[in-house]
Structure formats: structure tokens, C-alpha cells
Design a protein around this ligand. Structure first.
Ligand SMILES: [Zn+2]
Length: 627
């Protein structure tokens, strides 16, 4: 959807349309009333766009999905009772792993599949949009049939999400027969409500955009501004959705739901569109075979909006439930949050709620449009040859570095830029130094002076010490930022805990206090507990952003994988480390990335010794065994 939508930002058809309507829309408005939800514990349902499989995943899709995963992980932390444990790898990925085709660096416990049945307070949906002319063309170019092509590309998405530690709950493919059933039912509902009509249409069509263009937006020789290729005159009769009927309802909806579109500056944009007048839009194609047939007209197929957008709903169906719109809606609709790129805002914030209103279904609660990524200050694209391959990045630097960089570096909602220097500097400074090195040297001191054993509870070690208050304040800030989707600021607040820890340890110099012995020795032993407790809190609070790294920190602090997976936001409360606990052998948790004069980028593990080429796996140190 993102890909197609990226190309479909200007969809004002009527300017060059010639209507001869076959069946006019009625004036009867939709049975639009919001049903009271029967659920006691409403799930937090969030979605990424369903990605268009005309090409392999790109960095833009990876960025949306990483952000969605971080939000899902945070929501799972703050939502009580088996919420976090209820989330995990989708079954197909589990299966693949057990077949041994691929070793994972981190396997999520199989219990998650069982526990998901008990409660699902967070449902994270992603997937692929697999219909349309471009898919058929791309498949043919690769010598495959469309289905084989879709299988291969959607698999590439799944593999990338796995490498990026993206733990989605539902992966919906629009070629899934169950989804097709939902689309037909939805279409029929809107049709019987009188909001779909047939009309002749003639206009200039861009094959790459898969849509008719408004002459006003075209360049010389009717060239598409996106593809720089001439559009062809096409004539066909299509089905249209009577969007114009929903003008007033949409205006009211936006007025009464100030959080419907975020960030706020994008709400203004949406209000502007609505104010300028809504035009009916075409929802079928007569010339495209690779699609879901229009229920009452086998000669036409359904165009993207009445297909892909419905994926958000059909994804909710339980695997063994009979596929019906009502069952899908009951399983968790309305979505709490649609996370999208700003290019498809119009379709999610205007078309989609109107379509849902027509079908008598609640609109989603929030649509968040994030910005675009550039590389070294330039728009990324094949023509410039400066694309950024997410697979390449994660292979070279590991998931934590990729996730942390984009979530920390890009103010969520605005545009952001990638440069490799910046990427390396940020990760080294924050993850390797501020956090990794603090853990490493503290554990080193503990090993040398206290046999790696805590001499105090973190609670008693903190008595009368301002350090604890500072940490608590920063954690509170991080939570507020996460809740407001200010992911970059959330990262900063957590990092600030690390900075505070480094300042504290440097100021107190426990290494010399240990040498003095007596009460100074005791003070030093307490100081180490304070720092380690702060690091434990960091490991919980940063886990939505860098889950693998945080697990490594947690296990160095003597916790098991099960314990890490069972953490909730309540575990950011001071007091988790107890007297007598034995810490693990100090081992670097994040390999420093270093550039070598010749031979490109290398990773240095542990800051001093082993230097290794990064092109292997920077995360090659793997996951330490849980203590
Ligand atoms: Zn185009």
C-alpha cells in the first residue's frame, strides 16, 4: 500500500472525468453509529501500512515497522497481565526456525504462542498489499506468476522483520482468501448502503502510479511528475465511492476527535483537504486482472483502497474463526493507531474513515503520519543511486544499532536524515560508551572487589542518596515521551540515566575507595549497586527500542530470559537488584563500530582487543547465556 500510495498522492479524478452514472448514489446516509464496545480490556491495536510487493522492502518500510514495533513493545510493557508475554513471533517464523533453516540470534519463547491465547492486550499488525497491475508486471518481468512473486516478496518482508527484531502479532497478506472474503462483505455493505455507483471514466493514466492523473498536476507532454513518463489516455467504466456524501460527518469527526490525526500539523493538512471539498473516488479497475473481483461485476477488480485498507480489519480474525466482518471487528476493532508515512495520509485520514462510516464501523482512533528519510541530505531513490538497503544495514551493524539510530535520531513525525558517519558516531557514543562501557567497567570492579556479588539491596544502597531520585525522574519522563509517541525524546531520557551513572561513578571513584578499605569499601560497594540498578532500569526502559541489547544487559545482571520477557514497566521502579545476587562475567554488550583507514568499517569488541570486520555480524558476540 505504501508504495502504491506513495505514487497516488493526487487523486482528484473529477477534474477530467465524464460521468454518465448508471446508478446514482442515494441520499440515505450510512447506519453510522458507534457501537459500544463490549470488551472489558480493550486491546491496543496498531498497524503499519500493508507494504506493496512490487519491489523488495526498502528503508522507508523498515523505518515505519521499527517504530511500530517499539510502540507495540512499550504498550505491552505498560499493559498489565500477560500482555508482553502474549506477544511474540508469528507461528510461521517459529516453524522455520525449528526446521533449522536459519539460526536466530534471539528466539522468543514458544510459550508466547500459548499465552497469546490467554490475552492479547497489544495486537501489532503488519503485512503486504499484493494486488494490482504493477504486481502482475513485476512478476512477469521475473518470469513468475503473480502468486509466486507475492510469496517471494512477502517472505522477504518477514525475514527482514525477523532480522530487525520486529515481533508482530499478525501478518496479513491481501491474497489470503479470508481477507478476500472480508473485502467482498465490506464492499457489499457499502454498496447496499447506496454509496457505490458506476460511471464512465476517461483520463490520463500513469501505469506506474496505477491511477488516473489530474491534468493540472502533470508535466510537459502529460508526464507523470513522479515517473517522468507520459501518461496514456484511457477510458473505462469504474465503480466509485461516494466520498462527497461524508464531508460533513468527517468534519464533525475531526472536530470531536482532536487526536484523530497526529502530529497536529498534519491534522491541519487533513482539515484543509476536507474543507476544499471531497470528490468521489474510483474503487475498481476494468483493465486489471490481478485483483479481487467486484462482487456484482466479475469483469472488474477492486482497486487498492477497498482492498488493502481492509487488511487492517481482516488481520484481526482469529485463525480458526469463520471469516466475517463482524467477527473481525469484534476481535479488536477499532485500531488504536495506524502508523503511516505522510504520503498516504489522505487515504487513511479521509477515505478510510468515510468508507468505515458507510459500512457502519468505527473509524480508527488515531492516524499518525511520520516523515520521510533522506540520505546525506538527499532524497533517496534509484535514479540517484543512493538507496539505503535495510537488509544491508542490519547485516553490517545488527538490529540494535539500526533501530536505535532511526528512533533516536529522527524526531518522530518529522523528516530525518541518514549518514553513515552519524550512524556510527551515535551508536558508539550512546550504546557502546554511555551504556555498554558503564556496565562493563562496573561489573569489572564488582568482580575484582566483591566476587561479582551484590553486598546490598539496591533499596538500602540508595538510602539518603539523590542518585535514585534522579533516575526515577528520568524514567518517568521516558514513559511520558513513549506515551506521546515522542520516541526520540524517550531514548534521550533513558540515555540521560546512563550519563548520570557515568558522572556519578567518575565523581565517586569507587576504585580508589575500595583500596582505602573499611567504611570506604562499603561506600564503594553501595555505589556499584546503585550503578547496576540504574543499568537494570535502562534495560527495561530501552527494551522497546533495542530489545536484543537490553536482554544482554539484563542477563549480565543475573536475570534469565524468562525474567526478561516477563518484565513490565513496573520493573523500572527502583529496587530490583537484591543483596547476594551474583552478576555475570563482564562481557561487552554492544560492539563498538570503528572505521579503519583501509578496509572500511570494522567492529571492535570490548573496546580493546578483538578487532573484526563488521561485514560479518557486528552482533557476533551473540547473546550471553542467561545466568
Ligand atoms: Zn506515475
Amino acid at each position: 500500500m505504501a508504495g502504491r500510495a506513495l505514487l497516488s498522492s493526487h487523486n482528484s479524478l473529477s477534474a477530467i472525468a465524464t460521468f454518465s452514472s448508471v446508478c446514482r448514489p442515494t441520499n440515505r446516509l450510512a447506519p453510522y453509529h458507534f457501537r459500544r464496545l463490549r470488551r472489558l480490556a480493550e486491546p491496543f491495536v496498531l498497524t503499519t501500512p500493508l507494504y506493496y510487493v512490487n519491489a523488495p522492502p526498502h528503508m522507508g518500510s523498515a523505518y515505519t515497522t521499527i517504530a511500530a514495533d517499539a510502540i507495540a513493545r512499550f504498550q505491552a510493557l505498560v499493559r498489565p497481565i500477560n500482555s508482553k508475554a502474549a506477544r511474540g513471533r508469528p507461528p510461521e517464523v517459529e516453524k522455520r526456525k525449528t526446521r533449522g533453516e536459519r539460526e536466530t540470534k534471539e528466539s522468543f519463547s514458544p510459550i508466547v504462542l500459548h499465552q497469546r491465547l490467554l490475552g492479547k492486550n497489544v495486537i501489532f499488525i503488519t503485512g503486504t498489499d499484493e494486488h494490482g497491475e504493477k504486481i502482475a508486471t513485476a512478476a512477469e518481468a521475473n518470469g513468475r506468476n503473480p502468486k509466486e512473486h507475492c510469496d517471494a516478496v512477502s517472505e522477504a518482508y518477514k525475514m527482514l522483520w525477523k532480522e530487525l527484531d520486529v515481533a508482530y502479532d499478525k501478518f496479513i497478506r491481501t491474497t489470503d482468501p479470508r481477507h478476500e472474503g472480508i473485502v467482498e462483505e465490506f464492499y457489499s455493505r457499502v454498496f447496499s448502503n447506496g454509496d457505490i455507483y458506476r460511471a464512465d471514466y476517461e483520463g490520463l493514466y500513469c501505469i506506474n502510479c496505477e491511477e488516473y492523473k489530474d491534468e493540472k498536476e502533470l508535466l510537459e507532454n502529460n508526464c507523470c511528475p513522479m515517473h517522468l513518463k507520459p501518461c496514456a489516455l484511457r477510458k473505462e467504466d469504474n465503480y466509485f465511492f461516494a466520498l462527497s456524501k461524508y464531508q460533513k460527518l468527517l468534519e464533525e469527526h475531526l472536530m470531536n476527535n482532536s487526536n484523530f490525526v497526529k502530529p497536529t500539523f498534519r491534522l491541519n493538512e487533513v482539515q484543509g483537504w476536507i474543507k476544499s471539498g471531497l470528490k468521489d473516488f474510483s474503487i475498481s479497475r476494468s483493465s486489471v486482472e490481478w485483483g479481487i473481483p467486484v462482487p456484482n461485476d466479475e469483469k472488474q477488480t477492486i482497486y487498492v483502497w477497498f482492498d488493502a485498507l481492509l487488511g487492517y480489519v481482516s488481520a484481526l480474525l482469529d485463525e480458526d474463526a469463520h471469516p466475517s466482518l463482524e467477527k473481525a471487528v469484534d476481535a479488536g476493532w477499532p485500531a488504536s493507531l495506524h502508523l503511516i508515512g505522510k504520503d498516504i495520509l489522505r487515504f487513511h485520514a479521509v477515505y478510510w474513515p468515510a468508507m468505515l462510516m458507510s459500512a457502519g464501523i468505527n473509524p480508527p482512533k488515531m492516524v499518525f503520519g511520520h516523515g520521510f528519510l533522506t540520505k546525506d541530505g538527499l532524497k533517496m531513490g534509484k535514479t540517484l543511486g543512493n538507496t539505503l538497503e535495510p537488509k544491508d544495514l542490519v547485516d553490517r551493524f545488527g538490529s540494535d544499532a539500526v533501530r536505535y539510530f532511526f528512533l533516536r535520531e529522527v524526531e518522530f513525525g518529522n523528516d530525518g536524515d541518514f549518514s553513515e558517519d552519524r550512524f556510527i558516531n551515535i551508536n558508539n557514543a550512546h550504546l557502546a560508551n554511555t551504556i555498554g562501557n558503564l556496565l562493563n567497567r562496573t561489573l569489572g570492579l564488582l568482580k575484582k572487589n566483591c566476587q561479582s556479588t551484590l553486598a546490598f539491596d539496591s533499596d538500602s544502597a540508595a538510602e539518603g542518596n539523590m542518585f535514585k531520585d534522579t533516575v526515577e525522574k528520568l524514567v518517568k519522563k521516558a514513559k511520558d515521551y513513549y506515551e506521546n509517541l515522542s520516541l526520540s525524546s524517550a531514548c534521550d531520557s533513558v540515555l540521560e540515566i546512563g550519563n548520570t551513572g557515568n558522572l556519578y561513578i567518575d565523581e565517586r571513584a569507587p576504585w580508589s575507595l575500595f583500596k582505602q578499605g573499611g567504611s570506604s569499601y562499603e561506600t564503594a560497594a553501595k555505589d556499584l549497586v546503585l550503578i547496576l540498578e540504574a543499568l537494570r532500569i535502562i534495560a527495561v526502559a530501552l527494551s522497546p527500542v533495542a530489545p536484543s541489547l537490553c536482554f544482554r544487559i539484563y542477563s549480565q545482571l543475573g536475570f534469565s530470559k524468562d525474567q526478561f520477557e516477563a518484565t513490565t514497566w513496573a520493573d523500572t521502579k527502583w529496587g530490583g537488584l537484591k543483596v547476594g545476587s551474583v552478576m555475570a562475567e563482564p562481557k561487552p554488550v554492544f560492539a563498538r563500530i570503528e572505521t579503519e583507514k583501509e578496509g572500511g568499517v570494522v567492529a571492535k569488541t570490548g573496546g580493546v582487543q578483538q578487532t573484526s570486520k563488521v561485514q560479518g555480524k557486528n552482533r557476533g558476540q551473540g547473546l550471553p547465556q542467561a545466568a
